[in-house]
Each structure stands twice: as C-alpha cells, then as structure tokens.
Design a protein. Structure first.
Length: 547
C-alpha cells in the first residue's frame, strides 16, 4: 500500500488535474482501506465515490465523476491519494472497510427482506434489478406472460432520460441479462429465448429517449444478445425462422442492440446460415439499382461467417470504388498472395484518382520479398512522387541499392526543396518545409537540416532539436532559437509550459557562459523577470531553477 508517491499521482493525473486535486484535499471524507484498495468520498459539485487500487502494475483509480467515467485519473482520485499518503506519513491509522458480507450473513431472513425493501424504495435502480430477478425466478411465476409483464415494467420509460438515468437503465439491462442467463442455465431455454427477445425489443423502442453519449445502453444490451443467442441454440428452434427474424432486425430502424450473424452462428447452423444468405441475396437484388451500405455490410458479415473468400472479395469490389485495401487484406489472410498483389496494383492504377499508402507499401514489400528489386524501387519512387513524407522516404532508401541511392536522394530532396520553396512563397505545395527538415534530421545531415530550416522554416519541435544539435558547435546561433521557444512556451500560460520555458532559460544562460558572456546571460534572465513579473508561477519556476 506504499507503492505510490506524490510524483506518481502527478504522472497519472497530469499537472493540471494534480494541482486541482490539491485543492480538494479538505473535501475527502470516509477514507477506508480494504486489502490493496483505498475508498473515499470526495465532495465536489456533488459527492463522488473514489476507489484507488494499488497492485503490482502500479496505481489505478476509478471515480464516478464525468471526467473519471471517461477513464481518466481525475482530481478526486488525486485528492484521495494525497490524503492517504499524508495520513501514512504522519502515522495516522486508516480504518479498514467494514466487512458487509459478514454483517449480512449474521442477519436472519426477515431482517434481510426488510433491509432490501428499504433499499429498493429509496433507489430506483435497485428496485429494477430486484424486479428483474423476481421476473427471472420460475418459482411462483404463473407463466411466461407474467414474466414478460415484469420485464416490461422494469424497462418502461416515460419521457426523456438524462445521462445519469441512462447509466441506471444500462445497469437494469445488465441485471435482466444476468437473471435470464441464470434461468437458461437452469434449463428454461425456451422461456429465456422469448423473454430476451422481448427485452431487446423494449430497449430498442425506448432508446430514443436516452442520452447514451457514452454508449452504456448499447453495450449493456449486447448482454441480452448473448443470452438470447445461447438460448436459441439450446432450444433447437426453427433456424429459418430465426434467420428471418435476425435479418429483419438488422435491416430495421433499431439502433440497439447491434446484431451480427456471427452472434447466432451456433443457433442458425448450416441450414439457418444458408437461409439467411438466400434471403439477403434476394433483398440485395431488389435494391441493386442503388448503393445500399447496409445490405453490403451484412453480406460481408455473411461471407465471413461462411468463410467464403470469393464472395467477400466480390462484395468488397462492388460499386465504382472497390475497397482495395480490404480486398488485399482478406486475400493475404487467406494465403492468396499472388491475387492480393494483383488487386494492390489494380488499386494503384485505378483511374478514379484514389491513393492509399497501404497498397503501395504492400505491393513494394511483396516485390522486394520476391526479389523483384526494380519493380519495388519503381513503386517506391512513384509512391514518393505522390506521398512525400518521411516514412516513404525511408522505404525508398530501404529498397535502393548503394550505387543508385545518391541519384535517388538528390531527386527526392529536390522534390522536397521545391515543396518547401512553394510553401514559403504561399503557393500550393505538396508538403510544408518541415518535411525536408525531418528527412535531413533522420539522415543525421544536421548541417543541411539547419540550413534548410533557416532558408525555408521549421516547426517548434524541429527548432528545439536543431538548437540542441547546433549548441554543440555553434552556441551563438542556438541562443536566439532557445529564446524564441521560451517566449512561445511562456505565452501558453500553463504551469507545465512555464517549466519548459524555465528549463530553456537555464540552457540559454549556460550557452552564454560558454561564450564568456556571463553578463548577457544575467541580463537575459533579468529581462524575463521584468517582462513576465505578473506571472507568479513562472517567477516561482525560475526561482526553483536558481534563476
């Protein structure tokens, strides 16, 4: 439980969230530990529940605030971690979390019923889950119709439901799926198939009323699909009827749950899958006069389910713009490399003007592997003409023989210099000047890279790298670059940017010292302090660095 530090918290949260977390330290309440977990409540805009986990892989944190729900280590997690570390540092005991299981085990049946009823009356989500469990309990249930009514009640919605309500509803769906799975395992497959289908229909009908921006309802409804498919497989119902139902749902207007033929492969069997394909083909024929992305997508799924590579290629090639990268991927995975290369070259030669780097990479790599050096080089050269970037330049270098590289290099750099010059003049160019600098830096042609940056310009990250290289041999030329970059960081007015600027100021003073111009270095720092004296955090950062 001592496997994390303040620096670790800062690294997880980032400087901004860490600093905000410091402000919430006094709002942490009910701190408890249980094994490798730390629990607490943090009172922000509303009470938030925080759980920190300390394991072999380090520290992890979960919070139910909006930022935490997106998977971030939020300011509330930081606050809890800081309070825990403070108490440990001062030798203060952190109470163990109450063992609720032992307490509940000690209650008799009547006490447990009273407790659950009290909780259900005060929490709509708990009540829904208990109703779903009651609906799934065959003991005392008159028939499937009664169970269906109970599930209808649990999934009923009146009017728009906000984001928090969406999470409650998603939990209700998950609870229903769990209870249906329990019933299925108890041998009630036929009832479960009907009930799961009913539940999916209710969710689909009500989906428009929810804020499902995090996709929680869509995700939880997938659990209903899983249990429904398993129940259908267990009951051995009519596969043709199931195929018709599945296709109807997929082509309908419902957004959730997402259904795939792969989900129902076991339930459909060979007969059902074939029936599904026949029905889908008839539908596609009726819609053949227009592009229909939905039936095309379903046909791709069907082809994959059947393992029919030729059908899949046919579907992917349908229309005026075949999906060449997908076709190449399918054929390569199937071990049909020769056909894959043919499709890649067909895509590169397509008259529609499309270009995909993946096709060029595949074709050039395939030719190189086959020992066709001239073909690979021609492809890479043509690729660089269309896609002038560092990755393609590196690929061109990789396939060129040593005797041909000087000529190719001059040609490629000539194109990049032309691009850089047109960009500088404000004319349409292939790339910004930074691409030329990137290429020269990759080659370790540092002098050429510096001259290119001076002539055509560069981005800040490149200037920083160039200045570090230049400082070794030409410190006087590096100083103005560092000074400009420091001002750029300061202008961001963020603590991490202030830290970067202060670090650059340290480097600047060291370069002045190397040049025997210590007074100029002190004058520079003084100018910083005068110009930015109102930026207290930056002044503190300079102080911390000894400036």
């Amino acid at each position: 439980m001592t496997a994390f530090t303040k620096d670790g918290l800062r690294a997880l949260a980032g400087v901004k969230s860490y600093d905000r977390g410091v402000d919430y330290v006094d709002d942490v309440d009910d701190l408890q530990v249980d094994g490798g977990k730390i629990f607490a409540t943090v009172y922000g805009t509303e009470p938030y529940e925080v759980e920190l986990t300390v394991g072999r892989r380090g520290l992890d944190g979960v919070c139910d605030c909006p930022w935490g729900q997106e998977g971030n280590f939020c300011k509330h997690c930081v606050a809890v971690g800081l309070v825990y570390l403070c108490r440990r540092e001062h030798g203060e005991a952190v109470p163990d979390r109450l063992d609720l299981r032992s307490y509940l085990t000690s209650l008799d049946a009547q006490e447990l019923v009273a407790l659950l009823m009290e909780l259900a009356e005060g929490d709509r989500n708990i009540r829904r889950r208990l109703e779903a469990r009651a609906a799934g309990d065959p003991v005392g249930a008159a028939d499937a119709q009664d169970l269906r009514k109970r599930i209808d009640r649990a999934l009923r919605v009146r009017g728009h439901v906000d984001w928090d309500g969406g999470w409650d509803y998603a939990n209700t769906i998950g609870g229903i799926a769990e209870e249906l799975e329990r019933l299925r395992q108890a041998g009630q497959g036929a009832a479960v198939a009907s009930l799961a289908q009913r539940a999916m229909e209710r969710v689909a009908e009500n989906y428009e009323f929810f804020d499902d921006s995090d996709g929680q309802i869509g995700e939880s409804s997938r659990a209903l699909v899983v249990v429904h498919a398993a129940a259908c497989a267990a009951t051995g119902g009519d596969p043709v009827t199931l195929a018709s139902w599945l296709l109807e749902r997929q082509l309908g207007d419902a957004d959730v749950p997402e259904l795939s033929i792969g989900d129902y492969a076991d339930a459909l069997g060979e007969v059902g899958v074939a029936a599904y394909g026949d029905q889908l083909r008839r539908i596609r024929e009726k819609r053949s006069r227009r592009t229909d992305w939905r039936t095309d997508a379903l046909m791709r799924e069907y082809a994959r389910a059947r393992g029919d590579i030729d059908l899949l290629v046919t579907v992917l090639a349908r229309g005026s713009r075949p999906d060449y990268p997908a076709i190449v991927g399918v054929l390569t995975e199937a071990g049909r490399d020769r056909e894959a290369l043919e499709w890649a070259e067909r895509g590169l030669a397509a008259a529609d003007g499309t270009y995909d780097r993946r096709l060029a990479d595949f074709a050039a790599t395939a030719h190189a592997a086959a020992g066709h050096g001239d073909e690979a080089l021609a492809l890479r050269r043509a690729q660089f003409e269309r896609d002038r970037c560092l990755a393609v330049y590196q690929a061109l270098h990789a396939v060129a023989t040593p005797d041909r590289w000087p000529e190719l290099r001059a040609w490629a750099l000539g194109l990049l210099r032309y691009d850089a010059s047109t960009a500088r003049r404000g004319l349409p160019g292939w790339q910004s000047p930074s691409m030329l600098v990137d290429v020269l830096l990759w080659e370790n042609s540092n002098e050429e890279a510096w001259q290119a940056a001076v002539e055509f310009g560069a981005v800040d990250g490149q200037w920083l790298r160039l200045a570090r290289l230049r400082a070794e041999t030409h410190p006087a030329e590096a100083i103005p670059v560092y000074e400009r970059l420091a001002e750029s960081e300061i202008s961001l007015m963020k603590n991490d940017a202030y830290a970067e600027a202060a670090g650059l100021a340290v480097q600047i003073t060291k370069l002045y010292d190397r040049l025997g111009r210590e007074a100029d270095g002190r004058a520079y720092v003084e100018r910083l302090r005068i110009t930015h004296k109102r930026k207290r955090n930056f002044m503190a950062e300079l102080q911390r660095r000894g400036l």
